[in-house]
Design a protein around this ligand. Structure first.
Ligand code: ASP
Length: 302
């Protein structure tokens, strides 16, 4: 069986001075995941390794360096799905975990699928995961963006959408296929800039922020969560894999996001035959991928 991995670092209008850092971060994470696969490791281990690296890289809106919510706090969401068992593990609105994808993975094989808020942090601690000081997740760049968002938002109301459009998100995601033929998809995010406290987007929701089924493929999405949820973008893209190859499935899904709900975003797709694809209707989406059929990795942002 062939091996393959694709990662993304968020879709939006990424400022030119950050392009290289986004691509470097994607390449390093993708290569780390590919090494796991090459050494006979599982797709689950591969995507966890890739996503942890991107959560630890402050350039991305995941783990350290995430956007701040209206209270000036980082609230993280993450989810993972195993295409062989259809098991799901997810966390939402957690404030004390540097690597929520690790705990999402733990939940995958637990009695529950999703934990939220302080209960999720407590669950993680009870299962041996280290809790961090919430301040550790905050970087100066995001404090500056938060101050600007606060100044530009006169009341805590409908301007939310405009703030989101001006933001520079960098949600991360990865999809991998291992030697055993298993596909796993995962996504991790700090959500949107200046989001209301407790707001949760698509990223931790299976079928919206990610989806995997060995019979179809695996998908991780990014972009305006409120739009992505309405069409269950990840599930839609996986369904397209039953009759389209990955690049066409990705394109068909992003067209549906735009046409049906006017949403902006992007996604990565790895189909059941190990072919990879991506699409976005935003100016940029950092991405990197490598399959056994390729001579060299592809890394890009357009
Ligand atoms: N989809 C994420 C959310 O809405 C944000 C992003 O992908 O940039 O929370």
């Amino acid at each position: 069986m062939t091996i393959a991995i694709i990662v993304h670092g968020g879709a939006w209008d990424i400022p030119a001075e950050d392009h290289q850092a986004h691509m470097d971060g994607c390449r390093a994470a993708m290569m780390a995941g590919y090494d796991v696969l090459r050494n006979g490791g599982t797709a689950l281990d591969a995507i966890e390794r890739a996503i942890v690296m991107m959560e630890d890289d402050p350039i991305f809106d995941a783990g350290i360096g995430s956007h701040l919510n209206r209270a000036g706090v980082v609230q993280l969401d993450a989810g993972v799905m195993d295409g062989s068992t259809l098991q799901v593990g997810a966390l939402a609105a957690v404030e004390r975990l540097q690597n929520p994808i690790r705990v999402a993975r733990h939940l995958l094989t637990s009695a529950h699928n999703m934990m939220v808020g302080p209960g999720a942090d407590a669950y993680a601690a009870a299962h041996g995961f280290e809790l961090c000081d919430p301040k550790k997740l905050v970087v100066e760049r995001e404090v500056e963006r938060w101050k600007l968002a606060k100044k530009e938002t006169p009341t805590a109301g409908d301007e939310f959408g405009e703030i989101v459009r001006g933001a520079k998100p960098g949600t991360v995601g990865a999809v991998a296929l291992d030697r055993m033929g298993n596909i796993v998809a995962g996504t991790s995010t700090g959500g949107t800039l200046y989001k209301p406290v407790g707001r949760v987007g698509d990223s931790p929701l299976p079928g919206c922020g990610y989806f995997a089924d060995n019979a179809l493929g695996g998908v991780s999405t990014t972009g305006h969560g409120e739009s992505i949820i309405r069409i269950q973008l990840a599930r839609v893209a996986a369904d397209f894999c039953s009759r389209l190859y990955a690049p066409a499935a990705a394109q068909a899904a992003i067209s549906m996001l735009g046409d049906r709900v006017g949403g902006l975003g992007g996604l990565i797709v790895l189909d059941h035959a190990g072919r990879v694809g991506f699409a976005h209707n935003t100016p940029h989406m950092a991405h990197a991928y490598l399959t056994e059929a390729m001579n060299a990795p592809v890394v890009g942002i357009e």
